[in-house]
Write a protein that binds this ligand. Structure first.
Ligand code: AVJ
Length: 306
């Protein structure tokens, strides 16, 4: 009766505890709100990752050595990949993302700035098995910045890394950024910024869900809640019902009580040791790491070559 997508979203809302997948953050407005998050004082990951990439640009390029195709996993506005072009000199650039309009516009823009790199885009959900049949013979550099890996539970993250290592097929590797465990207050502040942008980003998922399933969530009935869970080493984000609400969607209604939480995101934090071990277990042969002076963030090049 319902489409598979609607079915999946409804199953999440009816689950105990209820959840919405973080992939629904990234409609057009959500992608723009995330760009704003990366500019916030409290949200250090993007800024610190960029400083590491800049400071160690030459070392990273030496480790990568050469690259037929740069495969950008979760390209967004493509800015981070474009900052690698001069040092890594890829022949081709493949941008993957879940947000179609946003991605295609970004790639068209980038192609004008770098006419000598062959570019294309591929809409994909990294929760599904990655398929790149036309690139099977190329020496690939997979690029997964921003600690997006943090959205996966650790066993899912391991499976994802194994899949990338397999796709490398003995050549190339993965350049990945991951957020590190640190002082709890710094972590909590990064997801509870004083301008309320992260709150808007979290609440916007309800507007997106309304369009996807035809529901009537009213964002003013919900409140942003984000907190570091120490035992699981992850930031957890939720939306909390501020009053009893009945959510109506085609062929149904679902009641939430005041105080009920919808889980919208986990953002796992790793230690350098736990993360490099995961890369090794995934089958990568050689692991290079770079971090900042405060050890807030880690950049790794995991090579598939021994
Ligand atoms: C894009 C998943 C890396 O977990 O920090 C930012 C998303 N959520 N603020 C993160 C996010 C709230 C972000 N990732």
């Amino acid at each position: 009766m319902h489409s598979p997508i609607i079915h999946e979203v409804l199953a999440g809302l009816h689950a105990t505890p209820p959840f919405i997948s973080p992939k629904y953050f990234y409609d057009e407005l959500g992608s723009k709100l995330f760009e704003v998050i990366t500019l916030l004082d409290e949200y250090y990951p993007t800024r610190v990752e960029k400083s590491i990439m800049q400071l160690f640009q030459q070392e990273i390029a030496n480790a990568v050595h050469s690259c037929d195709v740069l495969v950008d996993l979760g390209a967004g506005n493509c800015v981070k990949a474009s900052e690698l072009f001069d040092s890594i000199k890829p022949k081709k650039y493949r941008a993957l993302d879940i947000s179609k309009e946003f991605l295609e516009l970004a790639v068209v823009d980038l192609q004008k700035r770098f006419p000598n790199i062959k570019m294309d885009s591929q809409i994909c959900d990294l929760n599904e098995q990655l398929q790149l049949p036309d690139l099977s013979n190329d020496r690939k550099l997979f690029f997964y910045p921003g600690s997006s890996i943090g959205n996966f539970d650790p066993d899912k993250a391991s499976g994802f890394l194994k899949n990338i290592a397999t796709q490398c097929d003995g050549q190339g590797g993965l350049l990945i950024g991951v957020d590190l465990e640190k002082n709890e207050q710094i972590l909590n502040n990064a997801y509870n910024d004083s301008l309320g942008v992260t709150a808007a980003f979290n609440l916007n998922v309800l507007r997106h869900i309304n369009r996807v399933i035809g529901s009537n969530f009213n964002t003013s009935n919900w409140q942003h809640y984000a907190k570091f869970n120490k035992s699981q080493s992850r930031i957890e984000m939720y939306l909390r019902a501020q009053q009893d609400v009945g959510i109506v969607y085609p062929n149904g209604v679902h009641h939430f009580k005041a105080g009920d939480l919808i889980h919208t995101e986990n953002s796992y934090k790793y230690t350098q040791g736990s993360f490099t071990e995961m890369l090794r277990n995934a089958g990568f042969k050689n692991i290079h790491t770079w971090t900042d002076a405060n050890a807030y963030f880690l950049v790794c090049y995991a090579s598939a070559e021994s």
